[in-house]
Design a protein around this ligand. Structure first.
Ligand code: HEC
Ligand code: HEC
Ligand code: HEC
Ligand code: HEC
Ligand code: HEC
Length: 257
């Protein structure tokens, strides 16, 4: 077959195809960066709400459990948002005339629910379920971060597919004992417990002899004592205990049904 193009055209074509690939790769990288930016993921972005509700105040300072307002998390797909009646259970007495709580009082009077802006919202083609995660030892903190330190709610995770799948591959890194599901700052607690061991094992501790050990235990806080009374179960042990089967957890149909 006769050549249609002069051989030098071939080089030109190769160069431009090569160039095009670079341009496409560059665009893909830029798109990736855009998709991962907080503009798209909404990580750390605070939404306008009818009332500036503070989780830090109600959870950390007042000591309310998540289930006081989101008890559905344990028994259904969605965690739910508390009704006006739950707020007014306290706020009919506490700060009954505060201006900031006027929308809550109006809502009770008119029966019109408060319109909270969603902070976490998956696309409709993704299936998600709170109950199963809680039942299998995934705590609120693993997906929502330090809610107890949020004056205003914001996201701490992208909720992108990679994020879900990463944990579905390695649930042993996140899984907790049932007592810890609604606790926050567990990482610090566990590190506190573990940090005792290196102290005992280091050269200086060995040089000083064994009498350092009780001192190390004594100086540690209550949480360390609680943890050392019962050795924390390791991730793989808990994965076995909850009967988590990681083999099927990354199948497309798990989240796209
Ligand atoms: C006194 C009631 C109350 C308690 C207790 C409470 N919350 Fe909330 N929570 C709310 C209200 C009201 C909203 C909606 C307003 C907002 O987003 O801040 C909300 C919103 C949220 C959201 C975001 C919902 C969305 O729009 O995506 C998450 C996540 C959440 N709470 C987690 C928790 C966790 C975890 C705990 C326990 C540490 C907890 N909450 C305790 C009342 C409560
Ligand atoms: C268990 C009782 C209790 C419940 C339930 C409760 N609150 Fe409160 N709330 C309080 C107390 C106590 C204060 C703090 C008063 C103070 O600082 O003296 C407070 C303070 C507030 C404030 C003032 C700003 C701040 O956080 O410092 C807002 C706004 C508020 N609550 C909204 C709500 C809303 C909305 C709900 C329902 C989702 C709710 N609260 C449910 C007890 C409660
Ligand atoms: C495995 C990750 C994960 C865990 C664990 C988790 N959540 Fe969520 N949560 C999400 C996702 C994803 C959404 C958004 C769901 C949607 O858009 O359908 C969400 C949404 C919410 C909402 C908004 C209302 C709703 O149900 O959509 C609240 C409130 C909430 N979570 C509270 C909690 C509480 C309280 C806990 C602990 C008991 C918890 N979550 C544990 C991932 C998680
Ligand atoms: C921090 C860990 C973690 C994250 C993050 C996580 N999951 Fe899971 N997910 C689990 C574990 C553990 C199970 C329980 C598996 C089992 O039943 O053995 C589970 C189960 C599920 C199931 C039920 C599977 C079944 O048995 O039918 C669905 C659906 C699911 N996850 C969707 C999601 C989606 C969607 C996201 C992201 C928005 C997500 N998960 C994020 C750990 C996680
Ligand atoms: C653990 C849950 C989970 C599994 C497993 C999963 N996905 Fe997804 N997928 C998601 C979530 C969450 C989103 C939404 C991402 C977003 O909003 O950015 C998504 C989005 C998508 C999209 C839309 C484009 C995008 O990336 O946003 C496609 C296409 C898709 N998934 C295909 C698949 C295929 C094919 C598989 C199997 C290889 C799969 N998914 C497995 C959770 C999952």
């Amino acid at each position: 077959m006769a050549q249609i193009f002069h051989p030098s055209m071939n080089i030109l074509a190769k160069v431009s195809i090569f160039g095009a690939i670079f341009i496409i790769a560059g665009l893909a990288l830029a798109m990736g960066a855009f998709v991962r930016s907080s503009y798209v993921t909404q990580v750390n972005v605070v939404r306008e709400q009818p009332v500036p509700f503070s989780h830090q105040h109600h959870v950390r300072d007042l000591g309310l459990d998540c289930r006081y307002c989101h008890s559905d998390a344990e028994r259904s797909a969605s965690a739910g948002i508390p009704s006006t009646e739950i707020c007014m259970g306290c706020h009919s007495q506490i700060w009954p005339d505060a201006e900031v709580l006027r929308p809550v009082r109006d809502s009770l009077r008119t029966g019109e629910p408060l319109r909270w802006t969603r902070v976490h919202d998956l696309p409709d083609f993704v299936y998600f379920n709170h109950q199963i995660h809680v039942a299998k030892g995934i705590g609120c903190e693993s997906c929502h971060g330090r809610v107890d330190e949020m004056p205003l709610m914001h996201r701490t995770a992208s909720l992108h597919m990679d994020w879900c799948v990463e944990c579905h591959r390695h649930p042993e890194l996140a899984v907790r004992s049932t007592d810890d599901l609604f606790r926050f700052g567990r990482n610090q607690m566990t590190l506190g417990g573990v940090s005792l061991q290196p102290t005992i094992g280091t050269a200086s501790a060995t040089q000083q002899g064994l009498h350092d050990q009780p001192a190390a235990h004594h100086s540690a806080g209550d949480s360390v004592h609680r943890l050392s009374a019962e050795t924390p179960a390791s991730g793989p042990d808990l994965v076995a205990k909850y009967g988590i089967v990681t083999r099927q957890l990354t199948d497309c149909v798990v989240c796209h049904r």
